[in-house]
Design a protein around this ligand. Structure first.
Ligand code: NAD
Ligand code: LMR
Length: 342
């Protein structure tokens, strides 16, 4: 679908006609934190979507140039820029999907939870504006620590009386993207065929790839399971260390977030076969929020896929029990923060 949006000179008239035929939907997407390391490439990828009619770029600074630059791409969507709190409301009015990559990234030696003190307030402030201006939108939270920022967002929406648990998502797509890449490399599989569900949360041991549920079905030795699981759990840190103080994953994150946006837009557009992993309100375990595969529909989460948790290996079952205390504490930290502020 993304390829279809490169309408231009190099295409024949019949190719251009087919592009026009595919442009049937017209959704508005807002990116909050659009001038950042994730925000810029993510906005570019969303600008390429034929499902988007309007792209609203919001940041506290430097967003005008990003929008001017992107607006020259000859793809269908209109690009509008919004700077600072006074323009936040207008950035959000009429928007169908809000993506939030605003906030500070990690440096070497930090955990995602070390970002809590700064990012919690940023997410709270932005989600309050979402509640006031586009309460029906799908909300995609990228800002870390996701295990806490999603519960914060839920509490804010609840306090404003507009919480719809089916429309609030912590973006964990990057964990799936990484799992797919690493498994394909390890097992010499075609990347396009590989799909590994990743459950739990989005930090350290709370990230649990279910290698036994990989598609296509692959068998792994115990050593391979251990090695792959640890690599997927530490992949964010791998990038933080490689960037050596210059931030965390931005390009792979933009790719992953764009995939989740495109899936959401396809679901909003009526596609009935859209599945992704995300961190959502959930009854799959005793924890109130949990990442798992979900089916997306026009109204958000249409179903949480239960079968992934059935028939786990002993390794996965142990890892699932081991992650629960940390995930529970991160969720409770987010809830307590939002309740204290109200
Ligand atoms: P960055 O510093 O490059 O960009 C962040 C942007 O947010 C900046 O442009 C900044 O001006 C903006 N910003 C700060 N406060 C704001 C506010 N109140 N309103 C609007 N915008 C605001 O950081 P980055 O590398 O883009 O990372 C952003 C966040 O995404 C970090 O918290 C990082 O940990 C997280 N992240 C999450 C995942 C994931 O898988 N969920 C992956 C990578 C990064
Ligand atoms: C990631 O997984 O890359 C992000 O959560 C950023 C980080 O801090 O690792």
């Amino acid at each position: 679908a993304l390829r279809a949006s490169f309408a231009g000179k190099s295409q024949s008239p019949s190719q251009r006609a087919s592009v026009n035929l595919q442009i049937q939907a017209s959704f508005k997407v807002a990116v909050l934190g659009a001038a950042g390391g994730i925000g810029q490439p993510l906005s570019l990828l969303i600008k390429m979507s034929p499902l988007v009619s309007s792209l609203h770029l919001y940041d506290i600074a430097n967003v005008k140039g990003v929008a001017a630059d992107l607006s020259h791409c000859n793809t269908p969507s209109q690009v509008l820029d919004f700077t600072g709190q006074s323009e936040l409301g207008n950035a959000l009015k009429g928007v169908d999907v809000v993506v939030i990559p605003a906030g500070v990234p990690r440096k070497p030696g930090m955990t995602r939870d070390d970002l809590f003190n700064i990012n919690a307030s940023i997410v709270k402030n932005l989600v309050e504006a979402v509640a006031d201006n586009c309460p029906d939108a799908f909300i995609h939270i990228i800002s870390n620590p996701v295990n806490s920022t999603v519960p914060i967002a839920a509490e804010v929406l609840r306090q404003k009386g507009v919480y719809d648990p089916k429309k609030l998502f912590g973006v964990t797509t990057l964990d799936v993207v990484r799992a797919n890449t690493f498994v394909a490399q390890k097992k010499n599989l075609r990347l396009i065929d590989v799909d590994v569900p990743v459950i739990g949360g989005h930090a350290g041991i709370t990230i649990l790839p279910l290698l036994s549920k990989s598609k296509p079905s692959v068998s792994f030795s115990d050593e391979e399971v251990q090695e792959l699981t640890v690599r997927i759990q530490n992949a964010g840190t791998e990038v933080v260390e490689a960037k050596a103080g210059a931030g965390s994953a931005t390009l792979s994150m933009a790719y992953a977030a764009a995939r989740f946006v495109e899936s959401s837009l396809r679901a909003l557009d009526g596609d009935t076969d859209v599945y992704e992993c995300a961190f959502v309100q959930s009854e799959l375990t005793e924890l109130p929020y949990f990442a798992s595969r979900i089916k997306l529909g026009k109204k958000g989460v249409e179903a949480v896929i239960q079968s992934d948790l059935q028939g786990l290996t002993e390794y996965e079952q142990k890892a699932l029990e081991a992650l629960k205390p940390e995930l529970k504490a991160s969720i409770e930290k987010g809830v307590a923060f939002a309740q204290k502020q109200s």
